[in-house]
Write a protein that binds this ligand. Structure first.
Ligand code: DGP
Length: 149
């Protein structure tokens, strides 16, 4: 379902599509909350890949890793850690994956930054590593320099 909000653009009121995770953060649509802090929220993914699949978001809207503030990201990180610890303690998870898709090319589908926290169990048969074969012959020195620029 698509939600809309009214915004003032110049001197005209327009309706704009409203972000679903903003609505969840404001409690305007329901979610199964797992944890919360002042600036971050954790709730169960509506379309879970595994039992306990949780999303952690900043309450302030940011589209992706590229525009989130460092401060909001710190709170999100702290909440991710808490959720992971609960998965280990309460779900007896043997590990967790923390996954984020930032950008369409990375297969992001909801454009409000979110981290998937996925409980993992020995021999659960999942494979989160997407690379099929290793690349040979890369100039790692040049690449590192480029990334440091
Ligand atoms: P991604 O593909 O990384 O952008 O993941 C988006 C996730 O968001 C996907 O696993 C399903 C979940 N999702 C989408 N809409 C809702 C919703 O309304 N409520 C909840 N709890 N999860 C949602």
């Amino acid at each position: 379902m698509q939600y809309f909000k009214e915004v003032l653009l110049g001197n005209k009121v327009r309706t704009m599509p409203e972000c679903i995770f903003c609505k969840i953060a404001k409690g305007e649509i329901p979610s199964f909350k797992v944890g919360e802090s002042e600036k971050a929220l954790a709730f169960l993914d509506v379309n879970p890949g595994v039992k306990g699949h949780t999303l952690v978001i900043p309450k302030n809207h940011a589209e992706s890793i590229f525009d989130v503030s460092e401060n909001d990201l710190k709170e999100v990180s702290a909440l991710i850690k808490k959720v992971a610890e609960k998965m280990e303690k309460n779900l007896k998870a043997d590990g967790v994956n923390v996954l984020n898709a930032s950008g369409k090319a990375a297969q992001q589908s909801v454009f409000h930054l979110h981290f998937h926290v996925i409980p993992r169990f020995e021999n659960d048969g999942l494979n989160t590593w997407p690379f099929k074969e290793k690349l040979a012959g890369l100039d790692l020195k040049e690449l590192a320099e480029k990334l440091r620029e």
